[in-house]
Design a binder for this molecule. Structure first.
Ligand code: KG4
Ligand code: ZN
Length: 352
């Protein structure tokens, strides 16, 4: 496995040549096909193809997603290599998302990585998608110090994660049902908005006022629950529409602002309680929902008021992207943490 790679490393050591490492990273866990080149832990290129086919279908259709990955993966890899200004022969390792995610989508990335690894005789690095969302904070300077407490909020997960090192992750709290992104997307569906509704609600909320109240579930310790919110929004809309069938159309911005405020305040309330109890100073937000403007603004404000150090990734590193896979892989590369070709995708890959 990766014989040429080790020979290259050996020759560089013997002849004291400067050795750079280039990692090609692939992300294909859901509905974004992404490729990136990472050189010595810095992002050279990061290109993502967003699948718009799911827009009017209310959510990601797995079969359509995997087909679209197959159609796009070669092009996106070629473009990422080109933009990085390197050739395929410069690549020292290939990283891919092993899980969690949609099985069909993961299969495309895993098998692409196997083929590339065989063709170029380079090692493979498996990456956990949820770790990668957290380590996306290491894509740019200034990088956070450890210990680091991260609120990871995506379409499939909501977790408070304590990170003590590049490979030490501990879940402090998590959702017991829907994820925060799902709460945005399902609320949007009730309002007749396209998928994914998170960014649409974010935009509409900026024109409205949070005048409606929705309940926040009280959970044990630092856990979350979002399924009650979706139900209360459904009953609220049903009640209002009975009196006025134009209620959604006439009040859309205010409804969006109210839903967004409920989700953001709920997320931050529990997260800061955890930070306070654990005594961790370096805090971050990650995952698709961390692109939300109100969450970013309130998180920064609360850090400032309470003496924490805030870390927020740039927008391109919040939603699914291959750069975060490559950055995570870089720290595994330094520890020779490679996998062989018997590796298979894991739809439910635990964060350990
Ligand atoms: O991390 P991500 O790109 O994919 C998953 O791993 O799930 O997260 C996607 C989620 C979707 O639920 C989407 O609605 C949400 O992130 N999202 C947002 C915003 N941008 C993306 N939610 C709220 N506000 C946004 N600006
Ligand atoms: Zn994600």
């Amino acid at each position: 496995m990766g014989g040429i790679h080790f020979v290259k490393l050996f020759l560089c050591k013997v002849f004291k040549l400067e050795k750079h490492n280039h990692i090609l990273a692939i992300e294909s866990s859901c509905d974004d096909t992404s490729a990136a080149i990472i050189k010595d832990g810095a992002v050279l290129s990061n290109l993502t193809f967003n699948q718009s086919i799911h827009k009017h279908l209310g959510g990601v259709v797995p079969e359509l997603a995997s087909r679209a990955h197959m159609e796009k993966i070669y092009t996106i890899v070629d473009l990422a290599i080109k933009e990085a200004g390197i050739s395929k022969d410069d690549i020292d390792a290939i990283a891919f998302t092993r899980g969690p995610g949609l099985l069909g989508s993961l299969i495309v990335g895993v098998n692409f990585a196997k083929g590339f690894s065989l063709a170029k005789n380079i090692p493979m690095i498996e990456v956990n998608h949820m770790k990668a969302h957290v380590l996306a904070h290491w894509s740019e300077d200034p990088k956070p110090d450890f210990p680091f407490l991260c609120l990871t909020v995506s379409g499939g997960h909501t977790q408070i994660v304590l990170v003590s090192d590049y490979d030490q992750f501990k879940i402090i709290g998590e959702t017991k049902d829907d994820a925060a992104g799902e709460a945005f997307d399902k609320s949007g569906k009730l309002l007749g908005l396209d998928y994914p509704a998170g960014p649409v609600i974010d935009k509409l909320a900026q024109e409205g006022e949070a005048i409606y109240q929705f309940p926040k579930s009280k959970m044990q310790n630092f856990d979350y629950s979002f399924s009650g919110l979706k139900t209360s929004i459904m009953y609220f809309l049903r009640r209002e529409l009975k009196n006025d069938d134009q209620f959604i159309a006439d009040n859309l911005a205010n409804i969006c602002a109210s839903i967004q405020q409920t989700i953001v305040d709920y997320l931050l309330d529990i997260f800061f309680r955890a930070a306070n109890q654990l005594g961790v100073k370096n805090l971050g937000i990650a995952g698709g929902v961390s692109a939300n403007s109100e969450l970013r603004m309130k998180f920064q404000k609360m850090c400032k008021e309470n003496g924490y150090i805030p870390h927020i990734p740039a927008f391109q590193y919040c939603t699914d992207n291959a750069a975060m896979i490559g950055i995570t892989a870089y720290y595994q590369f330094l520890k020779n943490d490679f996998v062989d070709h018997s590796v298979y995708p894991m739809a439910r890959m635990p964060l350990k």
